[in-house]
Design a binder for this molecule. Structure first.
Ligand code: FMN
Length: 402
């Protein structure tokens, strides 16, 4: 009798969740869980395109380790019953110091692609950055999102086309232009080379087998319209209608001659806030400030370009000391948890930007996956603020970190 009562007091069967996406997401406690789910659901080549980085992949590891190895100096008894993580970035109030950074080719993870990410970002009130090589166009994204939108620019050799993209972004209400400057040539992503990965994925014997063991992804992929570089669909730069190795595309179509003097040209076609993404030294941050940009994004492209480039979190303090009074500093790379966001802000960043966090989430659960990861990051920022004794971003100060 006693045993039955004991068992009855402890046994709790969870209600059975019939919705497979909800079931999957309920078990995703953090970004690394979403990564594992994405790895299980996506064909190997697709997962490696998202997860992989350049050469020995040291920088991508350094980015995340840079956060993990920093420790807090938490303060207590500070009345943290009300936490407000909102901040101002490029003149706009945001609920969190967080931007959804550009990730090309989102439809490879989910048929909705950038539309799903943009809608989730808008619901959270956070900026969504559309990549030049997005698989949904400037206008398609604007049609589904009235949230803050930024456009990430790659400068094509064809300046006329580049100018047109900037003008379209402006006309569609994008608030900021983010010029990526770390992609003069394409980084050597060796996982993609080993797999012969192209965009869109070529169908060969290996991909057929890969597709067969990932039926959910394959079924969604074959039922949706072909994946193309939607912003340049039908243009002679190539829109991905035929499979292309991204390295070949970048190296033949983008302008490797881009230099500081081209910023004047860009300013002549874009009069809104300008962010330089891919700054990796104090010296270049100084040049960016002199050039009058509004913000720099300290970024090594998530370790996908120059391997053994420095972890971005290590750049925050010196760059903020040098130019923080003139430009806003965003840190990009390695952010997996709310506590990482708090650390970046403690070091002086205005905000962080994420890439893989929302791409894994998209692969793990589509649009609801992105809602889920934004919820995790929001809760993580709030919890960390409470546990270190900061009630507002102004109170996230340097002394809260070792
Ligand atoms: C799959 C993937 C695609 C990306 N595509 C672009 C892109 O088109 N343009 C760009 O400026 N950065 C691109 N990035 C870099 C991200 O914007 C960002 O710098 C990087 O992902 C940050 O590191 P994290 O993934 O650790 O957050 C991409 C990153 C990934 C993972």
């Amino acid at each position: 009798m006693g045993m039955v009562e004991t068992l009855r007091s402890v046994i709790r069967f969870r209600p059975i969740e019939l919705d497979p996406v909800a079931r999957r997401l309920a078990k995703a406690a953090d970004v690394s869980d979403l990564r594992k789910i994405a790895e299980r659901r996506l064909p190997h080549g697709v997962f490696d395109y998202i997860d992989g980085a350049a050469e020995d992949e040291r920088t991508v590891v350094a980015n995340t380790e840079g956060y993990r190895t920093r420790t807090f100096r938490p303060r207590v008894l500070r009345d943290v019953s009300n936490i407000d993580p909102s901040t101002t970035l490029l003149g706009r109030r945001l609920p969190l110091p967080l931007v959804l950074g550009p990730t090309g080719f989102a439809r490879i993870a989910d048929p909705q692609g950038e539309l799903a990410v943009a809608r989730a970002a808008a619901r959270a009130g956070l900026p969504f950055t559309l990549s030049t090589i997005g698989t949904r166009s400037i206008e398609e994204v604007a049609a589904v999102s009235d949230g803050p939108k930024w456009f990430q620019l790659y400068v094509f050799r064809d300046r006329g086309l580049t100018k047109e993209l900037v003008e379209r972004a402006k006309a569609a209400g994008y608030e900021a232009l983010m010029l990526t400057v770390d992609t003069a040539v394409f980084g050597r992503r060796e996982r993609d080379i080993r797999r012969g990965f192209t965009l869109p994925p070529k169908i060969g014997l290996d991909t057929i087998i890969d597709g067969a063991v990932h039926p959910g992804w394959t079924w969604a992929f074959v039922r949706s319209e072909p994946i193309v570089f939607a912003n340049v669909a039908g243009r002679d730069v190539g829109d991905g209608t035929s499979a292309v190795a991204l390295a070949e595309y970048v190296n033949t179509q983008l302008d490797a001659s881009l230099s500081w003097k081209d910023l004047d040209w860009l300013r002549s076609v874009w009069d809104g806030p300008l962010v330089l993404k891919g700054i990796q030294t104090v010296a270049d941050a100084e040049l960016a400030a002199e050039a009058g940009v509004d913000a720099v994004s300290l970024s090594n492209h998530g370790g996908r370009q120059l391997d053994t480039a420095p972890a971005t979190v290590d750049l925050i303090e010196p760059v903020v000391q040098a130019v923080g009074d003139r430009v806003e500093v965003i840190c990009d790379g390695g952010v997996r948890r709310g506590s990482d966001v708090v650390k970046a802000v403690a070091l002086g960043a205005k905000a962080v930007s994420v890439g893989r966090a929302h791409f894994y989430a998209l692969g793990a659960g589509g649009e609801r996956g992105v809602d889920h990861v934004l919820g995790l990051l929001d809760a993580g920022v709030r919890r960390t603020m409470a546990l270190v004794g900061a009630t507002s971003v102004d109170e996230i100060t340097r002394d809260l970190l070792e």
